[in-house]
Every structure is written in C-alpha cells, then in structure tokens.
Design a protein around this ligand. Structure first.
Ligand code: ADP
Ligand code: COI
Length: 409
C-alpha cells in the first residue's frame, strides 16, 4: 500500500506523524450538549462499557447495494430521513463491535500509542453517534450529516495508523491474531464508510450516480483512470512507468460502487508497475507494458493484471499476502531515492526530473487489504507467479445486478 493519498473514501495515508487530524473549530450540538471535536475534552471518557456491550450484541443489518438505493428519491426528502434513521441505528452497533474488538487485542498491542489513538477514535465515534437523537426532521438530518462528515474526516488515517502500529508490535503477537483483527477491522470499516458516504451522497445530484452507486460504470475507463494514477506515482518514483494495454470486454458497462474497486486496482497496478520497472533497471527503455484483461459475465466481473516484472520467488509466495510484508527497502530492491542518478538520462526533460523515493509501496498492506476487500465484496483475489518472467493477478468481483445475490454491506 502506498503512503500517498489515493482516495479519501478509503484511506488517506499522509498524516503528519500520525497524530489525529481533528479540526479545532468543529463544535456539534446534541441534546443541548456541545461536543468539541478537536478540543482536549474527552467526550468518550464517560462511555459505559455496558452500553458498548449492549450495542455490540444487537443484530446488525447488512444491505445489498440495491437495497441501499432506497427505492427512489422523493422531493420531500423522506428517502434522506429514512436513510439517516437507518444509519443512526446501525452505525453505533458496528462501531461498538470495533471498540470491543480492540479491547480483545493483547494488552501489549492496545498499549501501542498509535493503535491506542485509533481505539480512542472509535470510542469517541461511538459516544457521539450513540447519543444522537432520533432523526425526525430534515434539520436534524443536516446536523447528523455534519457529524458523519466530520467523523469520516477524523478517521481518514485509520489504515495508515494501523499499518504503523502493527508494524511496530508485530513481533509481540502471533501473526494469526493480527491477520484476523485487521481483516475484520478493515472490511467492517469499508462497510461503515460506504454506508456513511452513501447517505451523504444521496443528497447530491450527479449524473449516473445514486449515492455512491454508479449506475453505468464504464469498466475500461475506470481501469484507465486507476492506471493513470499508478503511472503518475511510478513516474514520480522512478522517472518512468510501463505502458498499459487493456483487452477483453472493453465495452462493458454495468452498475457498481467504484471506490473499493479503484482502491484495489490502484494497488495491483502500482505493484505491477513497480515490479516491471525494477526488473528492467538495466534496460529502462525496454520496460514491457502491463496487460489488463477485462471480463464481465452475468454474475461476476474479472480483472487480470499481467506484468513482466520477473515474478515472485517461490520462497516469498507465502508471505506476500501477510500484513506488513514488503520488499520495498530490501537490499535486493534498488530504491530510486538510494541512487538518484539511476534514471537521470531518462528523466531529462521529464516534469518530475528528480526521481525520489516516492509512495510506490512500503507498508505491505496493498495485497492483504485488497484481498480482504475483494472477499468482503463477494469476490476473490489470486496471484500466479511465473518466477523469472512475471506475475498475473486475478481479481473477481460479484455484480450487484447479477443473477446471483451480491454482497451485503
Ligand atoms: P507493498 O506494495 O507496500 O510492498 P503489497 O502488499 O502491495 O505491499 O505487496 C507486498 C509485496 O509483494 C511487495 O513488496 C512485493 O515484494 C510483492 N509483490 C506484489 N505484487 C507483485 C508483482 N506484481 N510482482 C512482483 N512482486 C510483487
Ligand atoms: C472509519 O473510517 O474508521 C469509520 O469507522 C467511519 C465512521 C466513524 C463514520
């Protein structure tokens, strides 16, 4: 996973030493109480364990993307009220479960300052959301939206913070504990953020969108957008980037939620580009294209990302889907920042003339997070390495209007 902000929807890993970015100016009124986000007032300090446990034990409702559309828009805004009322019940349950899950971590992990900060963020979110009164008017809905927006913002760096925290304490806990905790936390967070973003987006009129669902997603254009992003990062890091060929079902258009798909594709494309460039350090003008093959059938759609980046050694294959595993920084991997002259000839005249150790990779979260998201979205992520030649990564995701039931958020 890169350290660069790819989409605030899911992640914004550029935090300054990972202190919580809470804006000092936001005060929120709930039932006459003022909650100062960003003040030193610990609004969560009086959260009772009993209310957390109670909320966590309630059953949560997971909706299919089509149920999220709330069967239309009404001029009087009743669909917004209905959506806010659903969130008001649902979010405290899901967030309480996150808090309780943090509490079950080994003490030494929860004591890690960065992880403890994230735990407190969730505690605070629970405290604020659990107290919010019933959303019966559009005015209250607007107040509720302000809180949701602020929380989404405050939680932007959660994944980076977890990556840093678990990197620091990975030697103190069995890997299985970290793996299970991160899979649950990251996918549950994805669901929470999709629900919250969807609600906020319901009040915005955007062609081809209902909330966060794009009703006519152009498969090829989305891949090309992700590739443009990955190419920029790659060029910024190495001074060059491989080209891209897209083939297969390039005309496919279908409804989907673009954000998680974009996140996964950006991670896969950055990995493919990094491997391709690093495998051709001695022949930078011959870096082979990345080939992306698209396929869409009645139930699923697929993306295969094929690179000629030398593949992955057999001995490392069992590690690449582990959180925090990365070869960025290995002795075997030349980082452009280590030798800024590597691509000096190529970079002449290039807008990013000085290749710097950029955000190409580094936390070792890209593959495991992408696989956890793909599984959550009813799909899979598999990788086939041809050691010495290259790597094929297969992403399969379930259609949301397909013949089989789609995933639930
Ligand atoms: P990061 O990109 O931060 O290192 P990832 O989880 O995305 O984390 O990848 C983990 C490791 O898997 C990479 O550091 C790299 O060694 C290996 N890897 C992933 N994709 C490829 C690929 N297409 N070709 C070669 N190695 C790869
Ligand atoms: C998160 O992004 O971690 C969240 O749980 C968001 C939510 C508090 C609105």
């Amino acid at each position: 996973m890169s350290r660069l902000c790819m989409r605030t929807f899911l992640e914004s890993p550029l935090s300054s030493k990972y202190r919580l970015p809470i804006s000092p100016s936001s005060a929120v009124q709930i039932r006459g109480n003022t909650y100062m986000f960003g003040s030193q007032t610990q609004v969560w300090s009086n959260v009772k364990q009993q209310s957390l446990d109670e909320a966590a034990s309630k059953s949560s409702i997971r909706l299919t993307p089509f149920q999220m559309l709330w069967a239309g828009r009404f001029k009087d805004g009743t669909h917004l009220l209905k959506s806010a009322q659903f969130l008001r019940k649902e979010l405290p349950i899901r967030i309480a479960r996150r808090v309780v899950d943090f509490q079950k971590l080994p003490h030494i992990v929860l004591c890690n300052p960065v992880i403890h900060d994230v735990y407190e963020l969730y505690l605070r979110a629970f405290s604020v959301l659990n107290k919010f009164p019933k959303v019966e008017t559009l005015e209250l809905e607007e107040r509720y939206n302000r809180i949701i927006r602020q929380l989404l913002d405050d939680h932007q760096n959660v994944v980076t913070n977890l990556a840093e925290g678990f990197h620091e304490c990975q030697r103190n806990v069995p890997y299985e504990t970290i793996d299970a905790f991160l899979n649950r936390t990251l996918t549950s967070r994805l669901g929470i953020r999709m629900l919250a973003e969807h609600h906020l987006a319901l009040s915005i009129d955007k062609p081809n969108y209902i909330g966060i669902v794009c009703t006519h997603l152009n498969f090829r254009q989305l891949v090309e957008r992700c590739s443009d992003f990955a190419r920029q990062v790659c060029e910024h890091t190495y001074g060059i980037a491989p080209g891209l060929i897209v083939n297969g079902h390039t005309q496919a258009v279908f409804p989907y939620i673009p954000a998680p798909l974009e996140y996964i594709l950006q991670e896969l494309l950055k990995n493919a580009m990094r491997a391709s460039v690093e495998h051709h350090l001695d022949r930078p003008l011959e870096v082979p294209n990345i080939v992306v093959t698209l396929c869409s059938n009645d139930t699923d759609f697929y993306v295969r990302v094929s690179d000629r980046g030398g593949g992955i050694p057999e001995s490392k294959l069992q590690d690449i889907f582990k959180y925090s595993y990365t070869t960025m920084g290995d002795r075997s991997t030349i980082r452009p920042s280590d030798d800024p002259n590597i691509f000096s000839d190529l970079c002449k005249g290039h807008p990013n003339n000085s290749p710097s150790g950029g955000p190409m990779a580094g936390w070792g979260f890209g593959l495991p997070t992408s696989r956890a998201y793909a599984t959550y979205l009813g799909g899979s992520l598999e990788l086939q390495s041809l050691e010495g030649l290259g790597t094929d990564v297969y992403l399969r995701l379930r259609h949301i209007d397909g013949k089989k039931e789609s995933f639930r958020i």
